[in-house]
Design a protein around this ligand. Structure first.
Ligand code: G3P
Length: 232
């Protein structure tokens, strides 16, 4: 399952872009509101950090079809191209119409604010590249977010659609793993959960043990230095 970083924080994007195998960055108006300032320059900086090969997902702020389409075209022209810049459009009637139009013109749409499998099915039929179901927001209203992702994936498999799931709104590592087990194509994860996907205290103590045992046996020299000296 592809992993995408769900933040607009430049330090976090620099960090995970360098160290983690993320395929892109997702934003939404709430995420951008946390950064403030010149948000156009900020989004351009995100594109500069991740380069032209990674995905950048940016949400429209318009709510009517024609305006969403015009804004989507402006977003793609400003922050990348039709291949690497995904326009996030909420799952409304106007959004579905805009998605059909944009998809037919070769734009990649991430249909967002998906809370049900039926919304995902309609988004796929309209030509969305991704649908973004909100796992935690479903679980916060006593629904089963991972089960709904599984339902969407089963429908996509049955229909043979090219639309992929980009699951979003995660609060726990277990939710991410649950989504991965459904066969979903991608998940977008915030910085805190992204760190937790890799960090493990027993990994740390194991590494400390390796270092201590090596030092006890061989001192401060590294294996690389021993190899280099062996040839002399
Ligand atoms: O973009 C959608 C996703 O990031 C929402 O996450 O944590 O605000 O529910 P959250």
């Amino acid at each position: 399952m592809k992993l995408i970083l769900d933040t607009a924080n430049l330090n976090d994007i620099k960090y995970f872009n360098e160290f983690f195998p993320i395929v892109g960055v997702t934003t939404n108006p709430t995420i951008l509101s946390k950064e403030g300032g010149d948000i156009v320059a900020h989004l351009k900086e995100i594109r500069k950090i991740i380069g032209d090969d990674k995905e950048l997902h940016i949400q429209v702020t318009e709510t009517k079809c024609d305006e969403m389409v015009a804004e989507a075209e402006a977003i793609v022209a400003c922050f990348g191209n039709k291949k690497n810049t995904f326009v996030k459009i909420p799952a409304t009637d106007e959004g579905i119409k805009a998605t059909g139009y944009l998809s037919a013109k070769g734009y990649k749409v991430t249909m967002t604010a998906i809370l049900s499998a039926s919304q995902a099915m309609i988004a796929a039929n309209a030509g969305a590249a991704y649908v973004a179901p909100y796992v935690s927001r479903l679980e916060n209203i006593c629904d089963d977010g991972v089960a709904i992702v599984a339902e969407i994936q089963a429908i996509f498999d049955a229909c043979g659609t090219e639309t992929e799931i980009l699951a979003a709104s995660f609060k726990t590592v277990r939710q991410v793993l649950g989504v991965a087990l459904t066969g979903a194509g991608a998940s977008t994860v915030g910085s805190e959960v992204m760190h937790k996907l890799l960090a493990h205290p027993t990994t740390d103590t194991s590494i400390d043990g390796f270092a201590a045992d090596w030092k006890r046996a061989f001192g401060d020299v590294t294996l690389g230095e021993l190899i280099a000296n062996a040839g002399k």
